[in-house]
Ligand binder design. Structure first.
Ligand code: UD1
Length: 431
C-alpha cells in the first residue's frame, strides 16, 4: 500500500491547478443513465472514485471513452470523457461495487426513472457516521415508486413510470437532491423539491440536465421545480472546479505561510471557508486566473467554526480547518453539525502533538507552537488530508499510511504540493 512522506517546515510558493469537483463529477456521470444519447463531460478529475463509478456504470451498460491528451495538456489537466447508455443491460447495482463508494447508490434514481425498476445494494462509503438513505427512498416513494428492502438491496419499482410530486426534505441532503433531480426530470408532471440542497454541485448537475433537455427552475435555492419530460438527449458539460480541493490547499498555505495561486478556483464556491481563513490572518484575493492565498509571518489567529449546508462552512473542510487550528495562537471551537463521528482525525492529529478535546459535536482545539512529525494513518478522505496539512508545518518527517483514502478525492496531491516547494513524496509499496 502506498504511503506519503512529508518533511515539514517549508513555505508554499507557486501555483496549484484546481481539478474538476469530485462531488459534481459523480452525479454528472450518473446522469448519463438517463439518456440513450452521448453525454460528454470535460474537466473530469482523475480519481479513484471516478474510476470506480466507471466500473459501476459499465455494469449497467454505459460505454465509456476518454479523449487522448491534447497538445500542451499536462497531467493535471482534466480529462474529457464520453458516456453513452444506449441500452441499459442490467438494472442491478451489486454490493461488491456499491459498497466501495456511497455516491454510487444514486444510480437508483435514473435507473428507476428510465427503466421503471432498479435493484441497488445499500451503500458503504466513508465511515463518518451512520449515513442513512431514508430521505433518498422517501423521495422515490413520493414520485410513486414502490420500495422494498430485500437481502441488503433496495428494490424499487415503478412499472408505469414516475409521477411528479411535492417532496419535502426534513433535512438538507445533497444526495437526496441529486437523486430527486435526476428522477423527476423523467417523471410525468411537475415535481417541487422543498428544503433542497443549495450546494454548487447541485446547480452544476441541474445545468447539465437542462442542457440534456430537462426543465428545471430554482437550482441553487432551497425550492426547485422540475417539469418532467418524456426523453432526455445528449449534452456536453464542463465539471465545475473543486471547492473542497481549493479550500484544502488554501488552508495548507495559511498553515505554512507563503503565496500560492490556486488556478481555476472560484471564491464564490467557498466564501464561508475563505472568510474564516481571512479571520485567521491569511490574505485571500480573487484574481483573473483563480484565487490567490498568502500568509506572511505572524500568528495564526484562532477562529471558531460550525459546519452547515451550503452556503455555510462545509463539513468537507472541517478536518482541514482543524489541522490549521492545531497551530493557532489560542483556543478554537469546531462544531460538526452534518455528520456525527466525523472527528476521526483528532486522534491522528494528536500523534503530531496537537491538543484537541472532544465535547459532543464540538472539538476544542488548543493551538500549540510546534507540531512534530510522526507516522499517522489516513482514516477517511477529508480526515487524511488534514494530516497532510498538519505535517507540512510539523518539525521532521511524517509518514501518512493508507493513502488510498486520499487518492479517492485528491488528484496528484503530492505533485501539486511538491510543485509549490513542499517536501513530499509518495512511497510505493509493491506489497
Ligand atoms: C455529500 C458529499 C459529501 C458531503 C455531504 C454533505 C458527494 C459525493 N458527497 O454526501 O462529501 O460531506 O454531501 O455536504 O457529493 N441523511 C439522512 N438521510 C438520508 C440522507 C442523508 O439522514 O437519506 C443525513 C446524513 O446522515 C447527514 C446529512 O443528512 O447527516 C447530509 O447528508 P447528505 O447531504 O445526503 O450527504 P451525501 O450526499 O451522502
Amino acid at each position: 500500500m502506498d504511503r506519503i512522506r512529508i518533511v515539514g517546515g517549508r513555505r508554499l510558493e507557486g501555483r496549484i491547478p484546481i481539478s474538476g469537483a469530485k462531488n459534481a463529477a459523480l452525479p454528472l456521470m450518473i446522469a448519463s443513465l438517463l439518456t440513450d444519447r452521448k453525454l460528454t463531460l470535460e474537466n473530469l478529475p482523475r480519481l479513484a472514485d471516478v474510476n470506480q463509478l466507471t466500473r459501476i456504470l459499465g455494469n449497467h451498460g454505459v460505454d465509456y471513452s476518454i479523449d487522448g491528451k491534447r497538445k500542451g495538456e499536462g497531467e493535471t489537466s482534466g480529462q474529457t470523457v464520453h458516456l453513452e447508455a444506449r441500452v441499459i443491460v442490467d438494472t442491478t447495482a451489486p454490493y461488491e461495487l456499491v459498497s466501495k463508494m456511497r455516491a454510487s447508490f444514486w444510480v437508483l434514481g435514473p435507473l428507476l426513472a428510465r427503466m421503471g425498476e432498479a435493484r441497488v445494494s445499500l451503500p458503504g462509503g466513508c465511515a463518518i457516521g451512520t449515513r442513512p438513505v431514508d430521505l433518498l427512498l422517501m423521495a422515490m416513494e413520493r414520485l410513486g415508486a414502490q420500495i422494498d428492502i430485500e437481502a441488503g438491496y433496495v428494490v424499487a419499482r415503478a412499472p408505469k413510470g414516475l409521477r411528479g410530486a411535492e417532496i419535502d426534505f426534513s433535512k438538507v441532503t445533497v444526495g437526496g437532491t441529486h437523486m430527486a433531480l435526476m428522477a423527476a426530470s423523467l417523471a410525468h408532471g411537475t415535481t417541487v423539491l422543498h428544503n433542497a440542497a443549495r450546494e454548487p454541485e447541485v446547480t452544476d448537475l441541474a445545468d447539465c440536465l437542462t442542457k440534456m433537455g430537462a426543465r428545471i427552475k430554482g437550482a441553487g435555492s432551497s425550492t426547485i421545480e422540475i417539469e418532467g419530460v418524456a426523453r432526455l438527449g445528449g449534452a456536453s458539460h464542463a465539471v465545475l472546479p473543486d471547492r473542497i480541493e481549493t479550500g484544502t490547499y488554501a488552508m495548507a498555505v495559511a498553515m505554512t505561510g507563503g503565496d500560492v495561486l490556486l488556478e481555476g478556483a472560484r471564491a464564490d464556491l467557498l466564501q464561508a471557508a475563505l472568510d474564516a481563513l481571512v479571520e485567521t490572518g491569511a490574505e485571500v484575493a480573487s484574481e483573473k486566473g483563480g484565487v490567490r492565498v498568502r500568509r506572511n509571518g505572524g500568528d495564526i489567529r484562532p477562529v471558531d467554526i460550525v459546519t452547515e449546508p451550503f452556503p455555510g462552512f462545509p463539513t468537507d473542510l472541517q478536518a482541514q480547518f482543524m489541522g490549521l487550528m492545531t497551530r493557532a495562537a489560542g483556543v478554537s471551537r469546531i462544531r460538526e453539525t452534518i455528520f456525527e463521528n466525523r472527528f476521526m482525525h483528532v486522534q491522528e492529529l494528536a500523534r503530531l502533538g496537537a491538543h484537541i478535546r472532544l465535547d459532543g459535536d464540538t472539538a476544542i482545539v488548543e493551538g500549540v507552537p510546534v507540531l512534530k512529525g510522526a507516522p499517522v494513518m489516513a482514516t477517511d478522505l477529508r480526515a487524511s488530508v488534514s494530516l497532510v496539512i498538519a505535517a507540512l508545518a510539523a518539525e521532521g518527517e511524517t509518514i501518512v499510511n493508507r493513502v488510498y483514502h486520499l487518492d479517492r478525492g485528491f488528484e496528484h496531491l503530492e505533485k501539486k504540493l511538491g510543485g509549490c516547494n513542499a517536501e513530499i513524496e509518495r512511497l510505493s509499496n509493491p506489497g
